[in-house]
Design a protein around this ligand. Sequence first.
Ligand code: 13P
Ligand code: SF4
Length: 315
Amino acid sequence: MIVDKDIAGRIEELKKEKNAVILAHYYQTSDIQDIADFIGDSLALSQKAAETDADMIVFAGVKFMAETAKILSPEKKVIIPDMMAGCSLADSCKREDFEKFIRENPGRTVITYVNTTADIKAVSDIACTSSNARQIIESLPEDEKIIFGPDRNLGNYIKSLTGRDILVWDGACHVHEQFSLEAIVKLKREKGDAKIIAHPECELPVRLVADYIGSTSGLLSFIKKDPGKTFIVATEPGIIYQMRKARPEKNFIPAPPKDSTCGCSECNFMKLITLEKIYKSLKFEEPEIIVDPLIAKQAVVPIKRMLEISAKLGL
Ligand code: 13P
Ligand code: SF4
């Protein structure tokens, strides 16, 4: 993407002036990935947010990610360039419904994906991301009963990998449930040697035909080391920018959605963030992420447990 040099330069100046850092998720547009100080998956971004010594974090991602950064670094100013950058998966799990689910299934350890509001983290025992969900669950005693939320696809995938007693909350991401099995299989047939790589938030039929399943960083590592030349990528296509940078000689094809006219394999929430909005948010230091201190005090516990387990396992 051709970047407005002027705006990129102005962002750089403001960043220095305010000792700010820009953290961006792989689903951001390429111009944003190019000006970010750090690009990563949800786990790496939360690790970065916990360790940065910047005074201000501008989060080019969605609200739950910025909230996690604020919970981990309450003394820092955390800005999200568009407060409407939500997440359909986080929205599929409301606190009162989830608390009822926990009450109805007592005696279970509650593990929640970071794609949740601070409210949900506050009633969880351990957080996880798609990079470490399996290892977090396997770090618990084998007979420990678990509630996993909110993603039914990731939850059922981990349940099948670990064979653990896991009750899965019935939530989903509207982007990852858009991929068409028929169109993916047809594409693979046409391309012959193409490999299908999928995020675990994809539905079971897509996961079943995938050659590799992993988080965004897992998918990126896979295409770097795999000898394959062509990959059908079943996740938000923003990640393909880093894939092409890492392996320019390879061919990356976004997995087609069920409705070929909708363009809905892009995350409309992630794509709300623009360079212009990043510039304005840095300049005016808003919109600022505020988390209720009591909720933050409870929500930091499962996030820190996740980071501790991940550090111990070298993730
Ligand atoms: P990752 O943790 O794999 O980056 O996924 C984040 C996300 O929002 C997936 O939709
Ligand atoms: Fe949420 Fe799905 Fe967008 Fe990820 S891709 S941020 S899970 S809506």
